[in-house]
Design a protein around this ligand. Structure first.
Ligand code: GTR
Length: 425
């Protein structure tokens, strides 16, 4: 490591809260719970064992102690096509705005935006990612309805007209966050893309349990039970409701729908793929603590830190593991393994120490036995790769240069991987 890089790393580390573990040498010894041994001690030796016993057991543990238990899909789910433009984006795609009603009385709905590219030889694969600032924020298309619900304020001051004023998106927000879900580039490469605002499912704020999908599904309108779903589980569940619609749309290939998300939305994407095996693939980017990074390493963001800062994200039982990571009956390699044998791309960024890039890599590595058990291949390397040297395959990993976020370099690799690893004709 040269002197400039060393100095840059020191600056990055100094910006994190005091007491954050940021040195590899300080990572404590730990033993991961066995992926392929059932709770009763019997080994998991076949795909049948995995699907009948181990997978449901892990899903239950992760629901009980971490994400919280979600309701069954609502029987009353129905939808309405509210707008259709077969000539969107200069004739390159068909745009649909679909309202998903979760209850018969329309107590709550999710507004889904879908683009389908023109000129593909067969129904396309679809990327699905939630957004923070409304559907109009990911694409500069004046035909998209401006989101009128609550959105987060901006973290950083923006150039030009503000895209959020008093927690409402403005016209200036159109296309401002296109890098997070690059609709036009995805269409250009022949993918369909669907999005919804995460606030439509559950706004990321303290009083969330009286809002969003919690309102109709947590009857008392109060705090969910100790093992009841948190915000990440609600987002994951909401993504699965989007999938309920997407698998019925004749313009799309129902077997090639990819759950994507960066950071907190990446944690939710992983849980969505775990909950629902209809997802064809999953792409969690910089999902960090509570996502792909091993909790027992305690590197960067820890269970204690995340549950204190974001008490609504997980179920309340997860808080009991603050500082007690070794007592967790699982670790995050097990969450990743629940995606097996489907394609899964774990991605990290070199300077994003808070998300623990090595912990994310090790999560993928230790999930590999599930892919091998199910007839596929695990991660094709056992050492952390260099920056910008992706490990390709059904279970893929990359480390990008730079900090937290998602950029065009990430996306080109995600798309290459999707083309190579989703089922062919
Ligand atoms: C951070 C949080 C991370 C990650 C990130 C994000 O504040 O500590 O776990 O979710 O936010 O979503 O950008």
């Amino acid at each position: 490591m040269d002197a400039d890089r060393r100095a840059a790393l020191e600056r990055i580390k100094a910006a994190y809260p005091a007491g954050t573990l940021l040195d590899e040498a300080a990572v404590p010894d730990y033993t991961l719970p066995e992926l392929l041994v059932c709770a009763d001690g019997t080994p998991v030796v076949s795909a049948a064992d995995w699907f009948a016993r181990r997978r449901p057991e892990l899903l239950d543990l992760l629901a009980r102690d971490m994400f919280g238990r979600s309701p069954e899909p609502p029987a009353a789910l129905h939808w309405e096509l509210r707008a259709l433009d077969a000539d969107a984006l200069g004739g390159r795609a068909t745009r649909k705005e679909v309202r998903l009603y979760l209850t018969q009385q329309d107590q709550h709905h999710i507004d889904l935006l879908l683009y389908v590219p023109h000129g593909t030889s067969r129904p396309p694969a679809t990327w699905v990612g939630l957004n923070y600032w409304g559907n109009q924020s990911v694409v500069a298309d004046p035909g998209v309805s401006l989101y009128d619900g609550w959105v987060r304020g901006m973290f950083r001051p923006e150039q030009g007209a503000p895209s959020v004023v008093e927690n409402r998106a403005t016209e200036a927000s159109r296309g401002r966050h296109a890098q997070s879900l690059p609709v036009e580039r995805l269409l250009e490469r022949g993918f369909a893309v669907a999005t919804a605002c995460c606030s439509d499912i559950a706004p990321d704020r303290e009083d969330v349990f009286a809002q969003g999908v919690f309102a109709p599904f947590v009857p008392e309108g109060g705090t969910p039970p100790e093992d009841g779903w948190g915000v990440l589980a609600a987002w994951a569940w909401g993504m699965c409701r989007m999938l309920d619609y997407l698998v019925t749309d004749p313009d799309l290939d129902p077997h090639r729908v990819i759950a994507h998300g960066t950071s907190r939305l990446g944690k939710a994407a992983l849980w969505a793929a775990a909950l629902d095996q209809r997802w064809g693939a999953v792409s969690p980017n910089e999902s960090g603590c509570g996502g792909a990074a091993l909790s027992r390493r305690r590197f960067g963001e820890t269970v204690g830190r995340i549950t204190a800062t974001f008490p609504t994200w997980f179920c309340r039982r997860f808080q009991a593991y603050s500082g007690r990571e070794d007592a967790l009956p699982f670790d995050q390699h097990m969450l990743i393994a629940l995606a097996a044998p489907r394609p899964c791309y774990i991605a990290s960024a070199e300077d994003d120490l808070w998300s623990d890039p090595r912990g994310e890599f090790l999560g993928a590595l230790h999930a590999s036995p599930a892919w091998r058990l199910l007839g596929g291949e695990g991660l094709a390397a056992s050492e952390m790769p260099a920056v910008h040297a992706p490990i390709s395959g059904a279970l893929a990993y990359h480390l990008r240069s730079g900090g937290h976020g998602v950029n065009a370099w990430d996306w080109e690799h995600f798309m290459d991987w999707a083309e190579a690893s989703l089922p062919g004709e």
